[in-house]
Write a protein that binds this ligand. Structure first.
Ligand code: SAM
Length: 345
């Protein structure tokens, strides 16, 4: 029998993709973003998707709609990370009602008695999140919540530096220890290995065989700048004075990655929701004079090459930037299986 899971805050479905690839059956998923939900349905039509604000959702609805009886093996909780993210200047703001969304998992834990619960977020949740409250409530339900651990996606077969915080709730300490011990660093995957085989593109060109592999139609000034950035890892420091951005003049240490190129034989930097915009970070292609395409961004998040996305360019970039890398979840499934073995049936 395959393990069963519920994917809370499923977004465009990267977690479900990783679980499914490892043989886990995702019974249900929840998200309230209409665009991401469309993407989810395109790729995971077999899963019952509840498109609703989780705060208004009664978990018994999932039982009724799926006819799922009994307990679930895994509950996956990837609550929004923006309130705890270093990218967010207002982080730690108590008025942000998203800070407590992680606690919504508790009603699902009560209804489905998962054998383990896995939390994924940015490392800032360890300082700014409501972890004491989460720990105490889980304890009352019979779970121990682990301390937060930071994992780098680059150690999980993802061609990207992306630090994420992983916590696990399980019935025994032994299970938690087994889980962390079993996480095995995967061989590094580089930008070249992941996107080097795609069709080279100039600005405004598209690959007729892949609707997501098309290059931005950059402005002339952007192309002039890109022509000066050395291939394979160059930065804006190579720009002649007349092409420097006004706001960067004399400020070499501010935003050093803007207009930078990725390196072929390294991992990519953390992809954000602005990952196809060279003015938002080191998102220029290692060789071509353009930003990376949506397909390249999706591959660097380890989405499989056939993954389909709904929405316009900005909406797709947002879904990709917000995703949990597929291979990061895949790396965690074997340790989760070992944890569940320690707990028996
Ligand atoms: C970090 S993203 C999740 C990424 C996703 N797990 C993946 O693998 O791509 C957080 C998600 O929480 C969803 N979300 C935010 N507030 C929500 C709410 N009140 N109810 C349900 N979903 C919510 C967002 O739409 C977003 O897709």
């Amino acid at each position: 029998m395959p393990l069963t899971a519920i994917d809370l805050y499923c977004g465009s479905g990267a977690v479900t993709e990783g679980l499914t690839a490892e043989g886990v059956r995702v019974v249900a998923a929840v998200d309230n973003d209409a665009i991401a939900c469309q993407t989810y349905r395109l790729n995971h039509p077999e899963v019952y998707l509840c498109e609703d604000d989780i705060r208004n959702l009664d978990p018994r609805t999932i039982r009724q709609r799926t006819n799922f009886t009994g307990d679930i093996d895994l509950l996956v909780v990837c609550a929004p990370c923006q309130p705890f993210s270093t990218q967010n200047r207002k982080r730690g703001n108590n008025d942000d009602d998203r800070t407590t969304l992680v606690l919504e998992c508790l009603k699902f834990a009560r209804e489905f008695s998962p054998r383990a619960i896995i939390f994924e977020n940015v490392p800032g949740i360890a300082i700014l999140g409501p972890l004491n409250s989460l720990r105490q409530s889980l304890f009352e339900l019979g779970y121990i919540l682990s301390d937060p651990r930071t994992l780098n996606a680059a150690d999980c077969g993802v061609p990207q530096r992306r630090e994420r915080c992983v916590m696990i709730a399980a019935k025994t300490r032994e299970g938690i220890e087994t889980f962390y011990r079993a996480i095995t660093p995967q061989p590094q995957v580089t930008v070249r290995q992941m996107i080097g085989g795609l069709r080279p593109l100039n600005a405004a060109e598209r690959d007729p065989d892949d609707p997501l592999h098309f290059a931005r139609d950059h402005q002339r000034i952007v192309l002039q700048r890109l022509a000066y950035i050395p291939r394979d890892g160059g930065s804006r420091h190579a720009l002649p004075p007349e092409l420097e951005l006004e706001c960067h003049r004399g400020r070499t240490n501010d935003f050093p990655d803007v207009y930078g190129r990725m390196r072929w034989d390294d991992v990519a930097p953390t992809l954000t929701t602005g990952c196809t915009d060279v003015t938002k970070g080191r998102f220029a292609h290692p060789r071509d004079n353009r930003a990376i395409t949506l397909r390249e961004a999706a591959l660097l998040q380890s989405f499989p090459p056939h993954y389909r996305f709904h929405g316009n360019v900005a909406q797709i970039a947002r879904q990709i930037g917000n995703a949990v890398p597929v291979n990061m979840i895949r790396t965690l499934v074997p340790p989760l299986r070992q944890l569940l073995q320690t707990q028996g049936q």
